[in-house]
Design a binder for this molecule. Structure first.
Ligand SMILES: *[C@@H]1O[C@H](CO)[C@@H](O)[C@H](O)[C@H]1NC(C)=O
Ligand SMILES: *[C@@H]1O[C@H](CO)[C@@H](O)[C@H](O)[C@H]1NC(C)=O
Ligand SMILES: *[C@@H]1O[C@H](CO)[C@@H](O)[C@H](O)[C@H]1NC(C)=O
Ligand SMILES: *[C@@H]1O[C@H](CO)[C@@H](O)[C@H](O)[C@H]1NC(C)=O
Ligand SMILES: *[C@@H]1O[C@H](CO)[C@@H](O)[C@H](O)[C@H]1NC(C)=O
Ligand SMILES: *[C@@H]1O[C@H](CO)[C@@H](O)[C@H](O)[C@H]1NC(C)=O
Ligand SMILES: *[C@@H]1O[C@H](CO)[C@@H](O)[C@H](O)[C@H]1NC(C)=O
Ligand SMILES: *[C@@H]1O[C@H](CO)[C@@H](O)[C@H](O)[C@H]1NC(C)=O
Ligand SMILES: *[C@@H]1O[C@H](CO)[C@@H](O)[C@H](O)[C@H]1NC(C)=O
Length: 338
């Protein structure tokens, strides 16, 4: 049985276009699909604050942006994937060549957190001390170290603690900064490992190879890695949200509310396929109703499609505190160009 996000249910789409987007709204930005509750045009997202994304058409293909972060995938299971830079520390015979550190910040009021189940803090190198510092309400600093003397001791295709190390991040993180340093400027391993890299990454997308340590590494200072952000609706738990019937999103009797597993908010999923048309759960004025599995859609004769919009928060000006940058006295732009 399909477990479909309830917001699809309250979305009345023209039967011909069985998309997850509100009628009249663009459903993609470049090659990324933008499902409701997200939207890229006025009136297309569930709110103007957090789910209204920017589609910048001056890129080819156009780029979907959450603040300054490029979004590469959105799922209705409550996750979206953004690209981020990696922190690096590179050396040559004369010592330090360059070093950069990156951070990511989500607005602390937004219903978004860095997924602690999908992401792992990861470092690559054989003279590598990597730290991740951040906040999940409480501050944290964690990290891992990796030292090895030759690439022969490194296990290929496995992040085992030799040449590559990983550690989890705490639940509910809203910001983090990654720093990577060496203990001896890679001087003892320069022959096979000039650089250390560290980043938070979707562990499902990470595969370590011995080659990543070498001069022909697939990582460099401009590499982008995917980071998973968990999203949810609202601010409270199912229990607290239910008390406010006017804004509670899981309205159907068959809708199963579950608390977000990392951070505030909740999600709705349909617990069984019901004939919403028959039960007249939702308004479908002036159109013909067609039941689909776990959802329903309406055709409208006069093209007047009614959308039941659940407003979850009062309107606020749209501004993200999303940012990223580099330390060591370099501006983000400099850190990329050097
Ligand atoms: C799109 O990106 C370009 C290049 O980064 C930037 O100059 C422009 O301001 C952006 N447009 C919008 C609408 O954000
Ligand atoms: C978009 O499609 C192009 C080729 O069709 C591909 O190279 C690129 O990686 C895709 N971008 C995203 C964000 O999926
Ligand atoms: C988006 O993520 C989902 C779940 O991980 C995956 O099934 C889907 O193929 C991804 N889509 C793209 C375009 O990468
Ligand atoms: C967490 O770190 C920030 C920035 O370093 C600091 O301003 C804040 O006081 C810290 N909070 C706690 C509870 O230690
Ligand atoms: C490590 O594995 C990759 C493929 O996963 C392969 O291309 C590479 O040659 C291997 N390197 C060594 C040293 O075995
Ligand atoms: C590493 O490089 C820095 C700057 O080039 C230098 O000050 C430091 O002495 C070097 N350390 C070692 C252990 O080589
Ligand atoms: C970084 O690596 C990519 C391929 O992984 C390559 O296309 C790019 O030119 C490299 N950039 C630098 C500055 O070496
Ligand atoms: C969560 O609560 C804060 C403070 O009460 C508010 O500023 C913010 O907009 C709320 N977020 C959502 C998604 O409702
Ligand atoms: C609601 O979801 C929870 C967690 O996924 C599950 O254990 C429970 O059986 C579901 N309830 C219904 C009525 O589907």
């Amino acid at each position: 049985m399909s477990s479909i996000f309830l917001l699809q249910l309250i979305l009345l789409a023209a039967a011909s276009s069985a998309s997850d987007t509100k009628p009249g709204c663009p459903d993609t930005c470049g090659n990324v699909t933008v499902p409701y509750p997200f939207g890229i045009k006025d009136g297309c997202s569930i709110d103007e604050d957090w789910f209204y994304l920017t589609c910048n058409y001056s890129y080819t293909p156009p780029k979907l942006l959450l603040g300054s972060y490029e979004v590469v995938n959105i799922t209705l299971q409550g996750q979206l994937e953004v690209n981020n830079f990696i922190s690096s520390d590179c050396n040559d015979e004369s010592g330090s060549l360059y070093s950069s550190s990156w951070w990511m910040t989500l607005n602390r009021n937004a219903p978004f957190t860095f997924s602690y189940t999908r992401n792992k803090f990861t470092a690559i190198g054989c003279d590598t001390i990597a730290l991740i510092t951040g906040s999940s309400g409480r501050n944290f600093t964690s990290g891992c170290v990796s030292f090895c003397s030759d690439d022969g001791s490194v296990t290929n295709n496995s992040c085992s603690g030799i040449g590559c190390c990983q550690t989890p991040i705490p639940m509910g993180a809203k910001m983090f900064e990654v720093k990577v340093r060496s203990s001896k400027n890679h001087s003892e391993v320069l022959g096979f490992n000039p650089c250390s890299f560290a980043f938070l990454i979707d562990q499902e997308k990470f595969k370590f190879s011995v080659t990543d340590l070498s001069r022909t590494s697939s990582y460099n200072k401009t590499t982008l890695v995917p980071v998973v952000i968990d999203w949810a609706i609202g601010n409270g738990t199912c229990e607290s949200a239910r008390r406010d019937a006017a804004t509670f999103a899981c309205v159907s009797e068959n809708s199963n509310c579950s608390d977000s597993s990392d951070g505030p908010g909740y999600r709705c999923s349909c617990s069984q396929d019901i004939d919403e048309c028959e039960e007249n759960t939702y308004d479908c004025r002036g159109g013909k109703c067609k039941n689909t599995e776990g959802s329903y859609s309406c055709t409208s004769d006069n093209k007047l499609l009614k959308v039941i919009l659940v407003r979850l928060s009062a309107s606020r000006p749209w501004h993200w505190s999303a940012s990223r940058g580099a330390v060591d006295g370099l501006s983000p732009a400099e850190a990329v160009i050097h």
